[in-house]
Design a binder for this molecule. Structure first.
Ligand SMILES: [Zn+2]
Length: 218
């Protein structure tokens, strides 16, 4: 995919996360890796008003290479994730309601349901609280990230990762669904997490079978 089409995809998924209620206003942000650069949404511009020239291009030291606006204030967290995870090429940060509800309790979401195990890779950890946009927040995310595709940010929201934007968008949706199921289940009793071996088996099936065609299409 060329850089122009990647910018178009960022805008498309920005509008999608707003449409399905994972963010409100200009909150949240989206980025994608392009070679050794990061393309990221600008700070404070509504998703529905974004055009390709508004997407900011930075290097992996957070220097702006091209763009007429300031990048998202969470740029440093995006860059640190790309540096730590070579498999990740897209990141979507949302403030979705159910994931945020769990994030304010500063608890992890246990691996409770099949699609969560497959797409996210198991339990979703909650990163320790730090002020938004800081290096400390980026460090707290890296501290718990391991090989997971989603992390909760204490008293803030969530961050979802993928090999491409389509996959990161799926992760956002499955994360929110899992958070909702977890909260609902706690009203009835104590949710029982899947066994680690089961989670690993499901993840393996997703990576080696289910996701193959979908990823190649991108
Ligand atoms: Zn945020």
């Amino acid at each position: 995919m060329d850089i122009q089409n990647l910018k178009k995809e960022i805008i498309y998924y920005g509008q999608e996360i707003k449409k399905i209620g994972l963010v409100v206003g200009t909150w949240g942000n989206i980025s994608a890796r392009f070679e050794d650069k990061v393309l990221i949404t600008p700070s404070g511009i509504p998703y529905e008003k974004l055009s390709e020239e508004d997407i900011v291009i930075c290097d992996l030291n957070c220097n702006i290479i091209d763009g007429k606006h300031a990048p998202s204030t969470e740029l440093i967290a995006h860059v640190e994730i790309y540096k730590h995870r070579r498999d990740v090429n897209a990141i979507i940060h949302t403030h979705s309601i159910y994931a945020s509800a769990i994030a304010v309790t500063r608890k992890n979401i246990p691996a409770i349901i099949e699609d969560m195990a497959m797409i996210i890779g198991g339990e979703v950890p909650c990163a320790k609280y730090a002020f938004p946009g800081t290096k400390e927040l980026a460090e707290n995310i890296i501290e718990v990230l391991e090989n997971k595709n989603a992390v909760l940010l204490a008293n803030h929201g969530a961050i979802s990762l993928g090999r491409n934007l389509k996959e990161a968008f799926n992760v956002c949706q499955i994360l929110e669904k899992s958070a909702k199921i977890y909260i609902l289940a706690t009203q009835i009793g104590m949710p029982k997490p899947l066994a680690i071996e089961e989670v690993e088996k499901m993840r393996e099936i997703y990576l080696n079978k289910y996701s193959k065609n979908e990823i190649i299409k991108n």
